[in-house]
Design a protein. Structure first.
Length: 197
């Protein structure tokens, strides 16, 4: 076995740890919290399924799916940082950058560069692919939190309607046909007391 293949297998073994990184978002039925691997899979499938509704030009869906797969890999080392936990987000960028340095260095240089570039592009949210990817990523969490009926992460971190609306704003840009549904869901959760007005 070549050193390259050994490194790739080591990387694949380490990122299996995504299955043990739990998020603050529950499953659709509210029965338990989802893990980061489940989130990434659901994000990739949503990106494929909702693609026909994206209004951005020049989207490469294959790249978006790759972003979905790599966007949270650093959480194997950095852990999940809930979007609504303001205190936990302090220092998040540095923690994740250090995790990226450690994780992607396991791969052969060409793959390391590809994965790192996809990860950085997703976080920067400046290209059509990354804007669509971010819209779907944020919608995925919003959708599960709303559909579970528990408000899970919103209640735990006292999320406001305005902060939630701002977080999912990329949906309005990339998939505007979903925006009214998002607005209605926000108002419904405010009325239920799951989001702070």
């Amino acid at each position: 076995m070549t050193g390259k293949l050994q490194n790739q297998l080591k990387f694949l073994g380490i990122v299996d740890g995504m299955k043990q990184v739990f998020r603050q978002t529950t499953l659709f039925d509210g029965s338990r919290y989802e893990n980061a691997a489940e989130h990434s899979w659901h994000f990739a499938l949503m990106a494929m399924t909702l693609f026909e509704h994206c209004v951005l030009d020049g989207i490469n869906i294959d790249r978006v799916i790759k972003m979905a797969i790599v966007h949270d890999l650093v959480e194997v080392f950095a852990g999940d940082t809930p979007a609504n936990d303001i205190a936990a987000n302090v220092g998040k960028e540095e923690r994740e950058r250090e995790a990226a340095d450690k994780l992607f260095a396991l791969l052969p240089e060409e793959q390391a560069n590809e994965y790192r570039n996809l990860w950085e592009e997703f976080d920067a949210m400046e290209t059509p692919d990354s804007i669509y990817a971010s819209a779907v990523d944020r919608f995925q969490s919003f959708y599960l939190i709303h559909q579970s009926g528990t408000g899970s992460a919103w209640v735990k971190f006292k999320a406001t309607a305005e902060r939630t609306r701002t977080r999912v704003l990329p949906v309005k840009t990339a998939i505007p046909s979903l925006w009214q549904w998002v607005e209605d869901a926000i108002e419904e959760n405010v009325a239920k007391g799951l989001l702070v007005k």
